[in-house]
Design a protein around this ligand. Structure first.
Ligand code: ADP
Ligand code: MG
Length: 672
């Protein structure tokens, strides 16, 4: 037996050189423990090797070192942008260097300073447009330099030094999730060595080897959890068997203002079958945005209510939870069902009331966010849980539900169709219902890819739409809501829209950094038609329903994955109006043109999967444990399959049942 798994958790303040100020900067990056710090992997490596400028083409990234020869000149533009220019003496002659938005570097770029410039070389103008400037000189040996996600106040160099200091001091204590058996089998290096290499790569070969080891480890731990949950599911498969009052169900269905599609009927049937059988439901309901999954889930909640149990519906955002709540109320308004909403932004007293109602059983149905599965929420007889956009709920949260001592049937809804091979691996433990057919009367959305130069045409299309009394979404490329520069961009976009349309139309802005009440207010105004153009970041990505919004303009569309674009686009085309979606981008147009060609979410997700790997598919950042730190499920598919098989073998082998590592893996599932 090894003593692995006993790795102790150190807070980052214990690392030499990290003071309180740095602690809060590191927290901004989501780094709280030494473990987080050493697994803050570079997102890129710069290969520092002197280029031969004579042979560089404009596409090539060049690297050159030299000394600053002229006092840097700063040009300032509207909107706070700036450009810094200086001349550099190199071993290959003098070249001009220009770099955007680094005016702050000027004081450090005195004449004679040695710098390394990375960028694109325009030989006609003899200018390098730099993407980065580092201080120092190149050696004749190639150097591989890690580049980290930083935050203002914390440079790449600082980060590297903290990481290295942590590896040095705590490297041996950091939990290694690979059992010895497999370390030996694959002749892996120890964890400390591997970490050291990925943060200080001596050669591309060594880097690759170390990365494989760390990827395997990450996937092993992940697949162990999946396998464990699967096993648990098999073991405690006894769920609630109940009878459903079909007459009442049919009465409600007959009262709907539309007919369910065949696929909806089939899905509902499958779900009710699960509810009535003693088998515990663990089902994925997948279907494109707008295919009508939610109504199916709500009907199933009604079925569960009729058999005397509480239901919960969990959504990824407060906006969406609130919308679901209103829809559910509307659907069941004649049924005298006691419903409640539970979201983080409610007052303590309001929350308490809901919690009391759930505990004493007076509340039959509850809609909310993650707040629903917090420890303090106790249910009297929870029989059915629906989670919307399941990919946003991690494995640990799924386990959390089960740990409430309840064995509710669980239905996961997803509008992100998952390619089959992939689903088999990660969601291999689920039954799947699929809605392919869209409700009748839906008019397909027309999508156009446009360049910046075609902005005028885009504005006039927008104008036309507004004149017809329709509303427009404008999506700004704010991916990392923490990036302040992006936030400025959104505000600038708002100014531009006001300039173009502000005289006649109302324009508003919504983004993830706003407080919930403010967001909800704007959303409500947009829904009520009081706002004509809603500028938004991806907070509206999921589920929000405004039928009069018939156009969406997405700026810098190239910054989004196809699946995200598809989700975004699904916000329009929800009413009887023919809707348009404009994707603005000067690059990557070939990929974007797939969006012009098809509105089939499954096809798009396959393409996305081929092109980008898992990243976007699971909405990386939001998805918790789906966002791997070093592995990439598409590129590392082989490692994933290996890790899946090995972790299963390890789980099932009772010889290892007392292994501390196995126990700590299991504990991490139960306690997260
Ligand atoms: P999803 O959850 O799959 O994105 P929703 O359930 O929110 O889709 O449905 C989108 C819209 O279509 C809702 O306004 C819903 O009332 C409506 N709808 C659902 N099913 C049908 C149907 N069979 N016929 C017409 N409209 C439908
Ligand atoms: Mg939905």
């Amino acid at each position: 037996m090894s003593d692995k798994g006993r790795g102790s958790v150190h807070a980052i303040q214990e690392v030499k050189g990290i003071g309180p100020k740095t602690v809060s900067l590191l927290h901004k990056l989501g780094i709280e423990t030494v473990d987080d710090l050493v697994t803050h992997y570079p997102f890129r490596y710069d290969i520092l090797k002197r280029s031969d400028l004579k042979n560089a083409t404009e596409q090539d990234k060049v690297v050159i070192d030299g000394k600053v020869e002229s006092v840097p000149l700063i040009l300032r533009f509207k909107g706070g942008l700036n450009k810094l220019n200086f001349r550099l003496v190199t071993s290959q002659g003098i070249v001009g260097v220009s770099i955007f938005n680094r005016a702050f570097l000027k004081p450090n770029l005195g004449i004679g300073t040695s710098v390394i410039v990375l960028g694109k070389y325009d030989s006609a103008k003899n200018i390098i447009t730099a993407s980065d400037i580092k201080f120092g000189t190149l050696t004749n040996q190639e150097k591989i330099e890690p580049v980290y996600h930083c935050t203002s106040g914390l440079t790449n160099k600082n980060l590297a030094s903290y990481i290295n200091s942590a590896i040095m001091t705590y490297g041996k204590e950091i939990t290694d999730y690979i059992p010895d058996k497999y370390v030996e089998k694959y002749k892996f290096s120890n964890k400390k060595t591997a970490l050291n290499i990925v943060h200080n790569p001596p050669s591309p070969e060594k880097l690759k080897e170390a990365s494989i080891r760390l990827k395997y480890e990450e996937l092993f731990a992940f697949m162990f959890k999946i396998n464990y949950l699967k096993e648990q599911n098999h073991k405690e498969n006894k769920g609630i068997s109940r009878s459903v009052d079909e007459t009442k169900m049919n009465d409600l269905i007959a009262k709907l203002t539309f007919h369910l599609t065949k696929d909806q009927e089939k899905a509902l049937h499958e779900i009710i079958e699960d509810l009535t059988s003693s088998k515990r439901m663990n089902r994925l309901l997948q279907g494109d945005v707008g295919s009508g999954k939610t109504i199916v889930a709500m009907l199933a909640m009604y079925a569960n209510y009729l058999s005397g149990y509480q239901s919960a519906l969990m959504a990824p955002t407060e906006i969406l939870a609130t919308q679901h709540y209103h829809n559910l109320q509307n659907l069941l308004k004649d049924q005298n069902i006691n419903m409640a909403l539970l979201i983080g932004s409610m007052t303590k007293k309001e929350k308490q009331e809901v919690q009391d109602g759930l505990k004493d059983g007076s509340i039959d149905m509850v809609v909310g966010t993650h707040a629903l599965i917090q420890e303090e929420v106790i249910y009297q007889n929870l029989g059915f849980v629906v989670t919307d956009e399941q990919h946003r709920f991690g494995v640990n949260q799924r386990a959390n539900l089960k740990n409430k001592g309840l064995k509710p049937d669980v239905l996961y809804m997803s509008a992100t169709p998952i390619p089959r091979t992939y689903a088999l691996t990660i969601y291999g433990d689920m039954d799947v219902s699929t809605i392919k057919e869209m409700p009748k009367g839906r008019i397909p959305i027309k999508t156009y890819v446009k360049s910046d130069q075609e902005m005028k045409a885009v504005l006039s299309m927008m104008y036309e739409e507004l004149q017809q009394g329709h509303q427009i979404y404008v999506i700004a490329p704010l991916i990392e809501e923490s990036e302040n520069s992006d936030l400025t961009n959104v505000n600038q976009l708002k100014d531009k829209m006001i300039l173009a349309f502000g005289k006649k139309y109302k324009i508003d802005l919504i983004h993830g950094k706003m407080a919930t009440p403010a967001k909800d207010l704007i959303m409500a105004e947009f829904k009520a038609g009081k706002v004509d153009i809603l500028i938004s970041t991806t907070v509206i990505e999921v589920g929000v329903d405004v039928p009069n919004a018939s156009m969406m303009v997405i700026f810098d569309a190239n910054r989004f994955g196809l699946s995200t674009l598809h989700q975004l686009r699904g916000r329009v085309g929800r009413g009887a109006i023919e809707s348009k979606c404009i994707l603005i981008s000067n690059t990557d147009t070939k990929r974007l043109e797939i969006m012009e060609e098809t509105t089939d979410g499954f096809k798009i997700s396959e393409e996305d999967f081929k092109l980008r790997g898992h990243g976007d598919l699971f909405g990386t950042k939001q998805s918790g444990d789906m966002a791997f730190k070093i592995a990439n499920v598409r590129q590392d598919y082989k490692i994933l399959v290996q890790a899946r098989d090995d972790s299963k073998e390890y789980l099932l082998d009772t010889l290892f049942d007392n292994d501390p590592l196995k126990q700590s893996l299991i504990q991490s599932i139960n306690h997260d």
